[in-house]
Write a protein that binds this ligand. Sequence first.
Ligand code: FES
Ligand SMILES: [Fe+2]
Length: 430
Amino acid sequence: MTESPTVDTGTGYGRATPSYDARLAEVGPGTPMGEALRRYWHPIATSATLTPDVPHRTRILGEDLIVFRDGQGRPGVVYERCAHRGSSLYYGRIEEDGIRCCYHGWKFDVQGHCLAQALEPGRGRRRDAARQPWYPVEERYGLVFVYMGPPERKPALPRYDCLEPLEEGDQYYAEWPVPGMGVTGLVQDCNWLQVYENSIDPGHTNWLHSQHSGYQFVGVGTTGFPENFFDPDAFPDNVSYARTAFGAKSEIRFLDKAENGVRPVLGFCAELHLPNVLVLPEGVKLAPDARPDLVLWFVPSDDTHHRLFFSVRTGDPERMSRFALLITQNGKQPWELTEEERQRFPGDAEAQVSQGPITLHSEETLATSDRGVVMLRRLLRTMVDDVEAGRDPLAVSMVDEPPRRVEAGLFTRSTATADETASAVPAAGA
Ligand code: FES
Ligand SMILES: [Fe+2]
């Protein structure tokens, strides 16, 4: 009698229908995450490029909005559809005190007050009955921020000690020196959280950016990274994650090059503040224990798109280019690659956008290198729970507070002897 062969049932056949976690991924009005995100300020445009020239159309948290600067220099954010009969204010004309709809000449100021109705008796004696939906804005760090949540819960716009005060000669740079940036940021074709999760996934640097994108970082700048920084085998022992007052941070410890018989133990830190803020070292010309100078925001456009904004505090205009053009793929910028080169030398976009318009959480197999991602998701779920329960979420303050202390970059933790190896470096908290 022949025995029936053992059947390997682990094929792709019959697998469960995939799904994403809507509570994490969806950002529109009325969704749990959408309401939580609406309790924070978000960048919507860069200050320098928002001129009283033409209005700009943008989508943020699933809402189509117009951002403009009136003739008096005031930034404004209003709902795109005119309160009269719905023409887009994208085709409106900017005037000294507001924006005027092209269709019948109704004019609105930066807070949506109707200032004029061109075809109505007396140019609109009853114009006070109309109000264009609008949102509060504030300008800081070279960016225009918008608050889209309940007016009575409007928090203070957070400050960061890496951006203020300015040092002598410093100014803020918020423009990407890349094609297609525009006034309202460069749109990325996937859910915002995929890229924000990457912020607390430092292991991808040890693999993607060194093994696939083409080896980089080493030997550049004043410090450069020694070879052991990218050693995948050292990563599990050298990485750590921690909760902070405003979110979470990651740290990779590694041994720097020997000097006078000692090797400094350095910690490379990136810090996240809820809900979508990343304080990141630039990665080039890193000087240990230097003051960080860069904040990034990952702003959802809708469920399947987001935009990146940043502010760099520096007196060196080249500093911004070094940051924005830092990570290359086979030595090239992403927009210079052929399709085949993208396959052979994938970078962040290939890895993260290919997770799908919204990644399918039901198909994930989370492991130890995902501890930071798990920590972030837990924080975000708590944020959503807090808002649903009527509480103010983490990292929200109703009063203007001193700049938040952030720690991002290289920091000297201790020293080792010249003959110690990378695996001897203890992770933070180990
Ligand atoms: S639709 Fe805007 S003025 Fe009529
Ligand atoms: Fe990356």
